[in-house]
Design a protein around this ligand. Structure first.
Ligand code: NAD
Length: 418
């Protein structure tokens, strides 16, 4: 088993890969191939602010692996983004795309900007400049972007437009998670959250439990967490607490999630919601609930906080919320962790559907998308759960083993050039 590696996402991702490589019995050369990004581009992104002042940001695009298809992965705007975080997120995308068997490799991008501090016009300029800088390595057959923390469907429309204008014609398939009016897909905005709930439902069913019988807490109330809370609530679960970066709200009898969504639409935060008591993020993770959904940032469940988790299931909406040491603590305590590369894969599944629709210029109905998403998520979950049972390993190690093996097989079959 890998060493305790602290909270660094890249250390966590590398330790997870090392465990999978050990289970699969691969040699050192294959391990290095899988551990090393194929291609990286670091760019300076200058911005002329509305005031006329010039600021400079760092931009990153990492294509961790492109053996099963084009790079695929989100674009993150956050002041704390760095090259290693983007490398970790790109690696997780590789295994995720392989686990749900979509024909992509894994990639990720980031810009060191806190979007809340900038105007819409400034964010548009940053997005267009970043896109222009990384033009040589992106494209519908090379590397396809999607929203992540701090970016949204408008960001994807600007990326698509910049790329298209530079090439002289409209190329919708260069991004996913776009607005419907410019080639987005029905169901994409809520797909990650729907997938979280499908995988939670499947994990609970393995223990003979239904969503309508459980209590849940959700950390993070953005694109993933807010809809996950809503779908859990709609499925009959009692959502007793949610949070965002400013704090959380707790109501032991259950939050009125729709009223909370209206509060957030009006104020921008879950804090200050009248029908609940304030709770901080640390306390939320330790609540006595059945299901805990971390849907914010990496590394929140470390050795110490994992030791305080009372939930029976942790369903990872976020990427990398659990460190290696945290994982060990949860496993020792019998907590079932539905891992990120499975639980939050619904987003990339519907991104794939969006890309297929854009390439064919033929649009599917919402019902078709919902049914195909559920089928993909449940098929992936069943394969992971069967491997976990057969090998006596955790769902995380089973998911990683399946993902890593599919990528390694692509390497082996393609051969090494020259
Ligand atoms: P988002 O920017 O829409 O929302 C992030 C939420 O987390 C916000 O509510 C924010 O206030 C909160 N937050 C930030 N820092 C926090 C902290 N330290 N403690 C508690 N809350 C905090 O981002 P998102 O798209 O919802 O992404 C959330 C997570 O899900 C990320 O790990 C992302 O990589 C992952 N993810 C997103 C998608 C997608 O389709 N958007 C798909 C797969 C995985």
């Amino acid at each position: 088993m890998a060493q305790d590696t602290g909270r660094s996402p890249l250390a966590t991702a590398q330790a997870q890969l090392a465990t999978a490589v050990e289970i699969l019995g691969y040699e050192e050369g294959m391990h290095r191939m899988l551990a090393t990004p194929r291609r990286e581009m670091n760019v300076a992104v200058p911005l002329r602010r509305d005031s006329g002042e010039i600021e400079l940001f760092q931009g990153y695009r990492v294509q961790h692996n492109i053996s099963r298809g084009p790079g695929k992965g989100g674009l993150r705007y956050s002041a704390s983004v760095d090259a290693d975080e983007v490398r970790a997120l790109a690696m997780w995308m590789t295994w995720k795309c392989a686990v749900v068997d979509v024909p992509y490799g894994g990639a990720k991008g980031g810009v060191t900007i806190d979007p809340k501090q900038y105007s819409t016009a400034e964010l548009e300029r940053v997005t267009r400049r970043f896109t222009s800088e990384i033009m040589p390595i992106i494209g519908p057959e090379r590397d396809i972007m999607a929203p992540d923390i701090g970016t949204d469907e408008q960001t994807m429309a600007w990326v698509m437009d910049t790329y298209s204008v530079n090439l002289g014609y409209t190329i919708p398939a260069v991004t996913t998670g776009k607005p419907l009016q410019v080639g987005g897909s029905l169901g994409r905005a809520t797909a990650t959250s729907r997938g979280v709930v499908h995988s939670a439902q499947a994990a609970l069913a393995d223990a003979g439990v239904q969503l309508s019988e459980v209590t849940a807490a959700v950390q993070g109330f953005g694109k993933v967490g807010s809809h996950a809370a809503r779908f859990l609530h709609e499925a009959g679960a009692r959502v007793v607490a949610v949070s965002d970066e400013l704090g959380g709200v707790h109501a032991p009898d259950g939050l009125d999630v729709n009223a909370l969504l209206r509060h957030v639409a009006a104020t921008g935060t879950v804090t200050g919601f009248a029908d609940g008591d304030p709770i901080d993020n640390d306390a939320l993770l330790a609540l006595d609930v059945d299901v805990l959904v971390p849907a914010a940032v990496e590394g929140v469940l470390d050795e110490e906080s994992a030791g305080r988790v009372k939930a029976r299931w942790v369903v990872e909406g976020a990427n990398g919320p659990t460190t290696t040491a945290g994982d060990r603590v949860l496993a020792d305590r019998g907590v079932v962790v539905v891992p990120d590369i499975l639980a939050n894969a619904g987003g990339v599944v519907v991104s794939y559907f969006e890309w297929v629709q854009a390439n064919q210029a033929y649009w599917w109905t919402e019902k078709e998308i919902a049914e195909r998403l559920e089928h993909r998520m449940l098929t992936a979950y069943q394969a992971v759960a069967a491997t976990a049972r057969a090998e006596g390993i955790t769902l995380r190690d089973a998911a990683l083993t399946i993902g890593v093996r599919r990528v390694a097989e692509a390497h082996q079959i393609r051969g090494l050039y020259p």
